[in-house]
Design a protein around this ligand. Structure first.
Ligand code: FO1
Length: 316
């Protein structure tokens, strides 16, 4: 007996580590070419003269099977000799750039200075790493996530997240610069059967993508399923649980994620036991924490089968 048909074309929105791991599962669960990944670039910054795109690189290294699985970002078996020398000179060594990772930033920066767009460089770098998934930065132009803090004024994302270990309490998040979405992004959404939102931080990883002109409206016309980055009241990684409390006054829960994406979602994928707070939003309850590569594939297959059943049941 065959199950519901898998969605044919899928667009998935992603930030760094959690989103990248989910994308890895979805990419392997679908036929080659079926997935377009749209990646947050609000975290990008220029550091030591280089264009650093942390979420794009985390996604690229994860899909290529090269990511450091413990940290979640950067390359595995990395060394930091160049950074040690930067520190010896009194240069900025607070952001950990590995020796091999630096090659990505050097080649990207040189290509951008030569007139290539971020989309073009991303296609070149991901192609060189053998990645078959289409990777789109959310935009070619700069859109910078800025964190308004209670104690330290307004900080650029990496300055807050890495430089101050996400310690200053957050009053608000805003984005500087609203470039057009990357070429092909709206077309990819228009042509897809399903939009997935990975288990990424909604405020700093997904909202920058949704803020770009036309993206939220295009997504709102589609069947959208998100995976909750909150499990049993805690963030799987990073400062999200504290941010939910600081920004909404609510306790962190899958329900807070559902309310954040109100009006967009057909369903939310949550951890077993987390369905209680969803205010009636349809959900799939399963094991959402991805410890292994097999977990990623299993979760992706479950989400796609669930989406297939939703599509079969409720034609758009
Ligand atoms: N995250 C950290 O917490 N500390 C770092 O020193 C750090 C360096 C770094 C270098 C390259 C890269 O691609 C990512 C890096 N990240 C680091 C992760 C980065 O801050 C991401 O933006 C966040 O993980 C949010 O997605």
């Amino acid at each position: 007996m065959s199950g519901p048909a898998l969605p044919g074309r899928v667009v998935a929105l992603s930030g760094g580590v959690g989103g990248a791991r989910f994308l890895d599962g979805v990419a392997r669960a679908l036929p080659p070419g079926a997935l377009t990944a749209v990646v947050n670039t609000g975290d990008d910054f220029v550091h030591l003269g280089l264009h650093i795109a942390p979420d794009l690189d985390t996604v690229m290294y994860t899909l290529a099977g090269l990511a450091d699985e413990t940290r979640g970002w950067g390359l595995r078996e990395e060394t930091f000799a160049t950074l040690a020398m930067v520190g010896l000179y009194g240069g900025p060594d607070w952001f950990l750039l590995g020796d091999r990772d630096l090659a990505t930033h050097l080649v990207r920066t040189e290509a951008l200075r030569g007139g290539a767009t971020l989309s073009e460089v991303t296609a070149r770098l991901s192609g060189a790493l053998g990645i078959q998934t289409r990777l789109l930065p959310m935009a070619d132009g700069p859109c910078r996530t800025m964190i308004d803090t209670l104690s330290d004024g307004t900080l650029a994302f990496q300055e807050w997240f890495v430089g101050r270990r996400a310690q200053p309490a957050v009053r608000a998040v805003h984005f500087e610069g609203l470039p057009p979405p990357a070429p092909g992004l709206i077309d990819a959404i228009d042509a897809c059967d399903l939009v997935l939102i990975g288990p990424s931080n909604p405020y700093v990883s997904i909202d920058p993508i949704l803020a770009l002109g036309g993206v939220r409206a295009a997504i709102a016309r589609k069947r959208v399923i998100a995976v909750s980055p909150i499990v049993a009241g805690r963030a799987v990684k990073g400062p999200l649980a504290t941010m939910i409390h600081e920004l909404t006054g609510q306790p962190p829960s899958a329900g807070a994620i559902a309310r954040h994406y109100r009006g967009l979602l057909a369903a939310l994928v949550v951890e077993h036991g987390d369905q209680g707070s969803l205010d009636g939003l349809p959900s799939l309850a399963t094991a959402t924490i991805m410890h292994t590569r097999d977990d990623r594939l299993r979760l992706a297959r479950e989400v796609l089968a669930f989406a297939g059943a939703l599509i079969t049941k409720e034609p758009a």
